[in-house]
Write a protein that binds this ligand. Structure first.
Ligand code: ZN
Length: 242
């Protein structure tokens, strides 16, 4: 019995053997390891199925030791991402985040899949700074998982008459001075405004956004820290350009 899934290649293990193992993020089944048989002698179309970022339709069959790809139809190779070092690093960092995720519902899985596809599309063909695609990805991801970070008021007491705001990493939400806990970081005004922009603006419209280098660093740091605490995972890739 075969199964057809739409999926994005997260990574592939280059093995010396003829076969290749590929981690897919599929719309229908979430993340699955699959095997590409005899990849060295395969046609170039099938070889695309082990390229990072590649999006396509995979036909899978149950083999002795897991799922085997029997046919592949490339819908979008996102080839240009690998041609540009900035785009490549940012897109790889996003794949690393996806690799760490678990999905507790169909809703989460489908939403994250669409978000990833949109992020890759915009990194590949859009005009936004590739780094901002990561910020936008995190902001959207937190919202999908039920803790949108940006808010115009304190998430605990509801005041909007605050002089300072903090990220409360215990909940991933913003709080005022009176409500902050010991695991929180102050959010400076430029970072708060940047968070507001990233929360309210689509990927396509982020091309005009420019933050100061300092704000860029701080915003990404806060988003990464929130991810690492909320999801209890550490991210290696993003650390490289912090
Ligand atoms: Zn408060």
């Amino acid at each position: 019995m075969s199964d057809k899934v739409k999926a994005i290649v997260i990574k592939s293990n280059d093995r010396k053997e003829k076969d290749s193992s590929v981690l897919l993020f599929s719309l229908e089944k979430g993340k699955i390891w699959v095997t590409l048989k005899g990849i060295k002698s395969q046609n170039s179309k099938m070889k695309l199925a082990q390229r990072m970022f590649c999006f396509g339709e995979f036909v899978l069959e149950e083999g002795k030791s897991g799922q085997i790809v029997t046919s592949f139809n490339c819908l979008e190779s996102f080839f240009e991402i690998a041609e540009d070092v900035d785009k490549y690093f940012e897109a790889s960092a996003i794949l690393e985040v996806v690799e760490k995720l678990n999905f507790s519902s169909d809703f989460e899985r489908v939403k994250v899949f669409m978000l990833l596809l949109n992020a890759l599309k915009n990194i590949c063909f859009g005009n936004l700074k590739p780094k901002y695609a990561i910020d936008k990805f995190f902001v959207e991801l937190f919202a999908i998982y039920g803790f949108p970070m940006y808010s115009s008021k304190c998430s605990v007491c509801g005041t909007n008459a605050f002089d300072k705001l903090y990220v409360n990493y215990a909940t991933g939400e913003l709080v005022c001075t009176g409500c902050k806990t010991f695991i929180s970081d102050e959010l400076s005004k430029p970072i708060y405004l940047a968070l507001k922009i990233f929360s309210n603006t689509d990927f396509e419209k982020l091309s005009t956004v420019r933050l100061s280098p300092n704000s860029e660093k701080k915003l990404l740091k806060i988003l990464v820290k929130n991810f690492e605490i909320r999801f209890d995972e550490s991210l290696k890739c993003i650390g490289m350009f912090e």
